[in-house]
Ligand binder design. Sequence first.
Ligand SMILES: *Cc1c(COP(=O)(O)O)cnc(C)c1O
Length: 210
Amino acid sequence: MARIARAAQAAGRAAGDVTLVAVSKTQPWDAIAPVLAAGQKVFGENRVQEAQARWTGKAEGLTLHLIGPLQTNKAADAVAFFDVIETLDREKLARVLAEEVQRQGRRPRLYVQVNTGEEPQKAGVIPAEADAFIAMARKTYGLEPEGLMCIPPAEEPPGPHFALLAKIAARNGLSKLSMGMSGDFETAIAFGATSVRVGSAVFGARSYPA
Ligand SMILES: *Cc1c(COP(=O)(O)O)cnc(C)c1O
């Protein structure tokens, strides 16, 4: 938190403008309990079932973000369980999420994931298709994404990717930017991140890969 506040200040922003999403995937409860006790209320998970196992019955007063890819057959569970879904990235998922929002009367906040590095193995809409995708989600499915999310390529400087995400968000009237992880959240804050998804820098190294 102190590093977020310093990075925000350095960028001429208020510390309160940046939300820390503490990424608790794969963490044992022993690692999570002290973070909860310290007052952290926003957590990120990248798998629906793992998140349900970890947080069911413990999520009162918390805000849970899904930050991993979402299969349509888990969309109903995701809408029921998460407060924020950050990985809307294809029309079929938009359709199923819209159906579940109608059916369940629950409206999780949504982010569109953009594959800024156009990496074939990574989820997300490619930048050239982002405007049309956002328009389609709004017009065809009545969804109202509040922002964009990206995961820059591991081997490239992240700044240009964060700048690109901010540009796409601005021209689409989206105010929220979920960008920055343990290795680059300070850079992301300098480029306008409104939330950063930080795992290992909060909890220590994960004991096994996600
Ligand atoms: C695991 C994960 C993070 C957190 O990664 P750290 O490097 O541990 O901070 C952030 N975003 C996504 C999408 C992740 O899957």
